[in-house]
Ligand binder design. Structure first.
Ligand SMILES: NC(=O)c1ccc[n+]([C@@H]2O[C@H](COP(=O)([O-])OP(=O)(O)OC[C@H]3O[C@@H](n4cnc5c(N)ncnc54)[C@H](OP(=O)(O)O)[C@@H]3O)[C@@H](O)[C@H]2O)c1
Length: 247
């Protein structure tokens, strides 16, 4: 079987880096996207030292030309893409928090647009740009890094553990990303491509913060599992550690 080719956006640190480490299990060629090339090269050094066949692509998901550049990169080198992990993302301000950037009634429009630009519009643009290459894979897999905070059912339920964890701009951007997962999976239902949303857990990263209960070493597992689903695996779902989450 030929080596799987994977692209993980925001792979220079945090969950993206951890997911790259996890993909060593399948011996994949893992290309990490990094806004800062020097940081990306440092991360690649660590990944290679850990036995991952890694490379870096300078990549900012908010730049339309970088989505085209990613298409050119994979098309020229490999003529296909097997795994796309849409991991790059931003929170609104400190997280968790109570500032106006977290408030539905007080969020500055600029904040809402900035968070949606990265966490939603840019994810759709990149994925759609790479779909022709994923279509050339024997088993294309798309993983959209969502969050349990994007679950409308759990956000609306006073009994749910996240009822009071409300950060409007971030949560709504992940809800929108979940809608993309459902719609894209529907369109791709007769193809070999599977697309799912992942909740990695609340994980100790720069975004998750120190109070997060999950260690980084556990945080890449959900993304990696969805990136390596068998042919009879699910598509169009929302998962945390193999268990479905409500939309
Ligand atoms: N940590 C958690 O508890 C948690 C829970 C649920 C979901 N998530 C999701 O998991 C994903 C990764 O989170 P994390 O905790 O690893 O966050 P993180 O530690 O803040 O890392 C975010 C990564 O995204 C990259 N990034 C941000 N904006 C970018 C852009 N415009 N273009 C390209 N890359 C960009 C960052 O690159 P730079 O280094 O250049 O900034 C960094 O590599 C996010 O989508 C997040 O929403 C995290």
């Amino acid at each position: 079987m030929s080596q799987k080719i994977a692209f993980i956006t925001g792979g220079n640190r945090g969950l993206g880096f951890q997911t790259a480490l996890e993909l060593k299990q399948i011996g994949a060629k893992v290309v990490i996207g990094s806004r800062d090339l020097a940081q990306g090269e440092q991360a690649v050094g660590k990944l290679r030292a850990a036995g991952v066949d890694a490379d870096v692509l300078e990549f900012d998901i908010t730049k339309a030309e970088d989505a085209k550049g990613a298409y050119e990169y994979f098309n020229t080198r490999y003529g296909r893409l097997d795994i796309l992990v849409n991991n790059a993302g931003v929170a609104a301000g400190t997280f968790p928090g109570t500032g106006p950037e977290h408030s539905a009634g007080g969020v500055p429009e600029e904040t809402l647009r900035r968070v949606f630009e990265t966490n939603f519009f840019a994810q759709v643009r990149l994925t759609n740009a790479l779909l022709p290459l994923l279509g050339k894979s024997e088993a294309g897999r798309i993983v959209n890094l969502s969050s349990i905070l994007g679950s409308l059912k759990l956000q609306a339920d006073p009994q749910s553990p996240i009822y009071h964890a409300k950060s409007f701009a971030y949560d709504a951007s992940k809800t929108a990303l979940n809608a993309y997962t459902i719609h894209l999976a529907y369109e791709l239902r007769d193809t070999k491509i599977k697309v799912n949303s992942a909740h990695p857990g609340w994980v100790k990263t720069d975004m998750g913060g120190e109070q997060a209960p999950m260690e980084l070493s556990e945080g890449g597992k959900t993304s990696a599992a969805l990136a390596t689903l068998a042919d009879d695996g699910p598509s169009g779902g929302f998962f945390h550690q193999g268990k479905p989450l409500p939309w």
